[in-house]
Design a protein around this ligand. Structure first.
Ligand SMILES: [Zn+2]
Length: 304
């Protein structure tokens, strides 16, 4: 996997490849910026910026959604549904997970035999590198989606599931990933559906406050999701409570708390229509567009 270092590019001046530097770091031969290796992860950013809630969340719930730890296939199933890809096709290809979190989908790709590269702006990369340690075909780094630390034309597949809508500009984040595809490569994304705002009107008001609360306090409040699950299921009463105080309705109590925190904590949280997302794919010159069963998931291919 040493050759994989050739994939990295300077996020500031786009120079690639980078040169080896002391203590296993890399440095840009043009602008001189150095990128250290810290706790087994290459760091192309110095802070988490707006993504701190995810660093907190994925280190707190490092394995709740990890198939291998839970003995489930939930992440694998979600990956296949949201990308529309056949896992057998990933074997031997080079894949990018943009916004890898703690690595739940990167693990799926690693098990499928891909050379998987995950990156995230948040400190979730510290959880991801531990979760992916059993897979020599997986690499994790910390970087910014608006200045991705990879050379153009590097990847056969790129996916970003539940990530772009948590950046300051979903469309621009998507467009920054497309040049990283090889000609003929495929990209798939999943973002929040605009209809969710109508389904859960109470969350719009709650979210005016919740992202600003101290994270440990908000996490404690999200424990309410565990019993509220039963209230929301009471006939008539639940119809109202689930709109006023929406919380995750996952069958797994820990997953419920995690998903509720995931909904209320991020600083950015935008929703989109299928037409809007298809427009971005067309704007990027992608073809073979396909929509998945989960709104809004779209995949496309860069012309060869
Ligand atoms: Zn540079």
């Amino acid at each position: 996997m040493v050759a994989s270092d050739q994939l990295y590019a300077c996020p500031k001046c786009r120079q690639a490849p980078l040169r080896q530097a002391e203590h296993d770091g890399l440095a840009c031969p043009t602008c001189g910026t150095s990128f250290p290796m810290v706790r087994g992860v290459r760091r192309f950013v110095e802070t988490e910026h707006y993504a701190g809630s995810f660093g907190y969340q994925w280190n707190r719930f490092a394995q709740t959604q990890l198939d291998s730890a839970q003995g489930t296939t939930r992440s694998r199933d979600a990956f296949v549904q949201k990308t529309g890809w056949n896992l057998d096709d990933l074997r031997g290809t080079r894949v990018l997970d943009a916004g890898c979190g703690m690595g739940r989908y990167a693990e799926v790709c690693a098990q499928a035999g891909a050379e998987i590269h995950g990156f995230d702006l948040s400190n979730s990369v510290d959880a991801a590198v531990v979760n992916l340690a059993p897979h020599p075909n997986a690499r994790i780094c910390q970087g910014d989606i608006f200045a991705p630390p990879f050379a153009p034309g590097s990847f056969d597949y790129i996916y970003s599931l539940g990530v772009l809508d948590h950046t300051p500009d979903t469309r621009r984040a998507f467009l920054s990933l497309v040049p990283l595809l090889k000609p003929g490569g495929r990209i798939a994304i999943w973002v929040y559906w605009a209809e969710l705002a109508k389904m859960f009107p109470g969350s719009k008001w709650l979210r005016k406050v919740t992202p600003r609360l101290p994270k440990p306090l908000l996490m404690q409040l999200c424990r309410l999701a565990v019993p509220l699950y039963y209230v929301h299921r009471v006939p008539y009463v639940g119809t109202i409570t689930s709109k006023v105080l929406p919380t995750s309705m996952d069958v797994n109590p820990e997953w419920r708390m995690l998903d509720t925190f995931d909904w209320y904590s991020p600083r950015f949280h935008s929703m989109h229509t299928p037409e809007e997302v298809h427009g971005w794919f067309t704007e990027a010159g992608l073809t073979d567009l396909a929509a998945g069963p989960f709104q809004v998931s779209v995949s496309g291919r860069r012309p060869a």
